[in-house]
Design a protein around this ligand. Structure first.
Ligand SMILES: *Cc1c(COP(=O)(O)O)cnc(C)c1O
Length: 398
């Protein structure tokens, strides 16, 4: 079958909740993907950072296949011999007391919201039904009904109400606004250390540090959504490390799977996650042995291959190169690590389409920003290869 036939099938039989580039991927390895016509592309999106380790990483693949031959799903009604190792690895790598595994990012955010609310009632003493979780404007935390309740993007909400109450919104990066929003009923402040979907927005220096201080002072939990920023993407294990803080809870997902199988988790203290008693919360697939084995392998690759350090170094290299592109349409090149927002003064989609013709896959975010976020396994030579093409395309659009 040819590209156009696959696209026709998808358009006819699928819901149209995405507007993908018209490339039909057939195989992938490392940073490269190949379409059904045999054309190769450099993947500069890395599935929104779910494949930080590179496509079809052999070590993660091996873990998946070996575990698939043994046992894949037990449900949490019984124990399995992989989940304990996953818990231990998360603890050893991050220092957080305990964790709670789920599948998708949005589910882990929901889990953090439930934990924060219950902590608010049972530990902080907030009156029943009054708990508030402060969120930042332009956030992205997923697509479930409660999670979109605190989105400020009209398109994410229109037609999907009524919404879950209890989520005051403050401008991102505005510490005075956060201070003013905290009340006796505030259970938590939920924030992305760098806003990904908003266009890779790095907050003003000191913002997270001050937010952490305010939270502590007011007995409010600081919860960082590191689903996209975490696990090496920003050049650190967690983006909050740039501010030397330690949030009360951290949400991870995406690259925790190495792109093989959905895995997410909330990391926190015994005090916070300890609010869950048997039966309070759960998921049929959460913590299953296949997911646990895959996640352990995915984390091990990040560490063994020094992908976090690599992201830091090559991110700086790539960013500096992109800043040399001379075009009146380029407003800013920003980001951290191999997570780069290339900000234009015009629609980014046509640029992405031209880049696709040149063999580079990337996706616009918020109309005018191109996100460059290749797998962290990318080499300097591959960055040079990409740069030549990006430079050519950007200048050809002037
Ligand atoms: C992708 C993302 C989510 C949602 O994850 P899903 O697996 O798509 O549910 C939540 N928060 C952030 C910051 C994300 O980038």
């Amino acid at each position: 079958m040819k590209t156009q036939e696959y696209i026709a099938l998808e358009e006819q039989y699928g819901a149209h909740n995405y507007h993908p580039l018209d490339v039909v991927i057939h195989t992938a390895q490392g940073v490269w993907v190949t379409d059904v016509d045999g054309k190769k592309y450099l993947d500069c999106l890395a599935a929104y950072s779910a494949v930080n380790q590179g496509h079809c990483h052999p070590a993660i693949r091996k873990a998946l296949l070996e575990q698939a031959d043994r046992v894949t799903l037990t449900s949490r009604a019984f124990r399995n011999d992989q989940l304990p190792l996953f818990y231990k690895m998360l603890h050893d790598l991050t220092g957080y007391d305990i964790s709670l595994p789920m599948n998708t990012g949005a589910e882990a955010v929901e889990t953090a919201v439930k934990a924060a609310r219950k902590w608010g009632y049972t530990v902080k003493g907030i009156p029943d039904g009054k708990a508030e979780i402060i969120c930042a404007a332009d956030n992205f935390h997923g697509r479930t009904t409660t999670v979109i309740s605190f989105s400020t993007e009209p398109q994410y909400k229109n037609g999907f109400g009524p919404f879950t109450p209890g989520f005051p919104i403050v401008p991102y990066g505005d510490i005075a606004a956060l201070k003013a929003a905290i009340t006796a009923n505030t259970a938590a402040f939920l924030v992305e250390p760098i806003q990904g979907e908003a266009g890779i927005i790095v907050p003003p220096e000191g913002y997270l540090k001050e937010a952490a201080r305010l939270c502590k002072e007011n007995n409010v939990l600081l919860i960082c959504d590191e689903i996209q920023s975490g696990l090496g993407r920003s050049g650190k294990m967690f983006a909050f490390e740039y501010e030397g803080i330690r949030p009360d809870a951290v949400i991870i997902g995406k690259a925790l799977s190495g792109g093989f199988y959905p895995v997410s988790a909330v990391l926190s203290s015994k005090e916070v996650l300890g609010v869950f008693k048997p039966g309070d919360h759960g998921s049929t697939f959460g913590g299953n042995p296949l997911a646990a084995a895959v996640a352990c392998a995915a984390l091990k690759v990040l560490v063994d291959e020094k992908l976090i350090e690599r992201s830091f170094e090559l991110g700086a290299y790539f960013t500096e190169k992109l800043r040399t592109i001379k075009s009146p349409h380029v407003k800013q090149v920003r980001g951290r690590g191999l997570w780069i927002g290339f900000v234009l003064d015009t629609k980014a989609r046509p640029y992405c389409e031209r880049l696709m013709d040149e063999g580079i896959l990337c996706k616009e975010t918020h109309d005018c920003v191109i996100r460059f976020a290749p797998p962290l396994t990318i080499t300097k030579e591959e960055i040079d290869w990409a740069f030549e093409r990006i430079d050519k395309v950007v200048r050809s659009m002037d």
